[in-house]
Design a protein around this ligand. Structure first.
Ligand code: 4AD
Ligand code: MG
Length: 467
């Protein structure tokens, strides 16, 4: 076969130099036709769009044509020609076809219209479908948007550790990291495991958040962001929770509640706008196949002001709704952590736009949040989104050494593990704050997909770690 430099399909479809000899390589989506002529829809992952390969029966051995089935991988030389068919400008008049890999009948992505659950069980092959191709191209674009947003605003990308000895959120949902022989654990008289001889000489886990180290970065470099995997051993089998997810955590010195909320809102809008500007083809596909209101919803989010509402006001609105007969599964009471049904009521029914809820009761929030004068609430913010619920959790941090120590003591958090964190408050403390955005929740929103397992290539959830 003649060697011609490969063109990616995304680039090929923009070309108008008809008559040029081109090469494309990719996977067959469909083949239809007759003895006289075959039409092959070829995709190489560079775009949702296929290129049509026209293979004249007389030019090719029927055995070769027979092997070109859905899923097969082929290498094609041919002429770029103007396409008479609707829906595409160009097609390729094939001259040579090499079969890289045939695809037997048991190819798991053979049939169209499989359920998402089926796709998850074949997550190693689902990447080759239109839907997952679109989702993961968008996921890539969102990662680029995030770096661009922060870089353009003078934030430094800061790498917090994956292995850590502290539990940032204090929820005890950590996966342990050890090299100890689990069949032969050394214990003290009270039955507690001795870690002195473990790899790190202490109990360590996978991080639930890079925030604590991010605060060290922000109180030195001014403004940083982390963007990496985080791990939570919470046994939540919901369409919104993963055991391994990616989080973006900016942390900023000299910031107050209003600055923080401005940053949260500007950041999300920037990412959504980026998708609208850079992922048009994939969004149009998802809008057609997955969620007919997707693009409309994305446009609406970038053009509306988010509601900013104290938790206490939110509770009042929920109580009034309940009094008027709106049924909630969980009764409403000041001090409660809002359930998903409450968040969705506020966002989807009451305000019909994103809501930033602020000033939560301190009992339901982490130790590091700045305490308000009232002694009851803290300067935490949750950004609540239609369909998603909580997409961001953030706060202004308690910068007073004494107040922070008191809270740590009240919550019985082991001090000896926290000494380095407390040093930020001891040496040149400053007002600061930040937030964490769950990357997959953003991808859920931007793609219109319904289940968080379908927006990360290889989901980790309770009882699943395949692939
Ligand atoms: O609200 P969270 O727990 O906040 C923190 O971790 C803070 N340290 C962030 C900070 O202030 N720097 O988590 C932040 C976000 C949530 O709003 C949610 O979007 C996402 O992380 N998240 C999850 N996403 C997928 N699966 C899970 N199990 C998640 N838990 C939290
Ligand atoms: Mg939260």
């Amino acid at each position: 076969m003649e060697t011609i430099r490969r063109t990616r399909i995304v680039d090929l479809l923009k070309r108008v130099d008809y008559g040029t000899k081109v090469n494309v390589k990719g996977w067959v989506r469909t083949k239809r036709g007759s003895k006289a002529v075959n039409f092959i829809a070829l995709n190489d992952g560079s775009t949702i769009k296929n290129v049509q390969i026209v293979a004249d029966g007389e030019k090719f051995d029927p055995e070769t044509i027979k092997q070109i089935t859905t899923g097969a991988c082929i290498n094609v030389n041919g002429l770029l020609v103007e396409s008479p068919g609707a829906g595409q400008n160009v097609e390729i008049q094939a001259e040579e076809i090499e079969i890289y890999g045939t695809c037997p009948q048991d190819y798991p992505m053979q049939k169209k219209g499989q359920t998402f659950e089926y796709m998850r069980q074949h997550a190693h092959m689902r990447l080759r479908t239109n839907t997952f191709g679109a989702v993961f191209r968008i996921r890539h674009n969102m990662a680029i948007a995030i770096h661009k947003f922060f870089h353009d605003r003078g934030f430094f990308y800061f790498h917090s550790p994956i292995i850590t000895a502290s539990d940032c959120e204090g929820a005890g949902e950590m996966f342990q990291v050890t090299t100890k022989n689990l069949y032969d654990l050394k214990k003290d008289e009270e039955g507690r495991i001795i870690y002195d001889d473990d790899f790190f000489g202490k109990m360590t886990s996978l991080t639930v958040s890079g925030q604590l180290e991010g605060e060290l970065g922000a109180t030195a470099l001014g403004q940083i962001y982390t963007f990496g995997p985080t791990f939570r051993a919470e046994n939540s089998n919901t369409p919104r929770h993963l055991a391994e997810f990616w989080m973006i955590e900016p942390e900023v010195a000299f910031i107050d509640m209003n600055d923080l909320m401005d940053l949260e809102e500007e950041f999300i809008k920037y990412c959504v706008q980026w998708a609208l500007d850079n992922c048009q083809d994939d969004l149009e596909f998802l809008n057609k196949m997955i969620d007919k209101t997707l693009i409309e919803r994305l446009n609406s989010v970038v053009s509306t002001d988010f509601i900013r509402l104290p938790y206490t006001e939110g509770i009042k609105i929920l109580e009034e709704a309940a009094a008027k007969g709106r049924k909630f599964e969980f009764p409403i009471k000041w001090g409660m952590d809002l359930a998903s049904e409450h968040e969705r009521y506020l966002v989807e029914e009451h305000f019909k736009k994103p809501v930033i809820l602020t000033d939560y009761p301190k009992e339901i929030k982490a130790f590091y949040m700045k305490q308000n004068e009232d002694g009851k609430t803290v300067q935490g913010t949750d950004v609540l989104f239609p369909q998603i619920g909580e997409i961001i959790g953030g706060s202004v941090r308690e910068e007073s050494y004494d107040k922070l120590i008191n809270r740590i003591n009240e919550l019985n958090i082991p001090m000896k593990d926290m000494w380095w964190y407390l040093d930020t408050r001891k040496f040149g403390t400053c007002p600061h704050g930040g937030f964490g955005l769950g990357f997959e929740r953003l991808i859920l929103f931007v793609t219109g997909m319904q289940n968080i397992r379908d927006v990360i290539p290889f989901p980790r959830t309770p009882k699943t770690a395949e692939f």
